[in-house]
Design a protein around this ligand. Sequence first.
Ligand code: FE2
Ligand code: FE2
Length: 171
Amino acid sequence: MGIFTKDIKTMEELFLHGLQDIYYAEQQITKALPKMIDKATNRDLATGLKAHLEETNKQIERLDKVFQKLDKKPSGTRCPAIDGLIEEADEVTGEAADKAVLDAAIIAGAQAVEHYEICRYGTLIAWAEKLGHEEAVRFLTTNLNEEKAANTKLNNVALRKGVNTKASTAA
Ligand SMILES: [Fe+2]
Ligand SMILES: [Fe+2]
């Protein structure tokens, strides 16, 4: 279902489409994160990504609950945006020869994903509020807060835990 097709007539349908989109995105992220964890050499980075993988599985469970509350079967719809972000992260990290530079590239790719999620959850929460889906607002806000925290942690690893410094001195 494309976002500009005539399948979406109401705000309720637009909200449901957004939920299906992020549901698909979270599932793709659970497949992408293990590969990033395998490639990461900085220990703080690998630990942080592992923790976020666990969080992501819980986020999917929260989305399941949101679908349930709306009396809808949980389902995903292909989201080309997240596919593109993951594909790009894969390509760039595949080309980084130096381990420290590779860590910096992993962080950049992961932060692009977090920002995407933050953007989508922000919109969904605003819509859920307008549509009166209070429980959905609660679950979605928990997910949003985790994405924000994950992004802050990645920033911290890049800036304070030496990843960028090490990468910038790589020969
Ligand atoms: Fe997520
Ligand atoms: Fe995330």
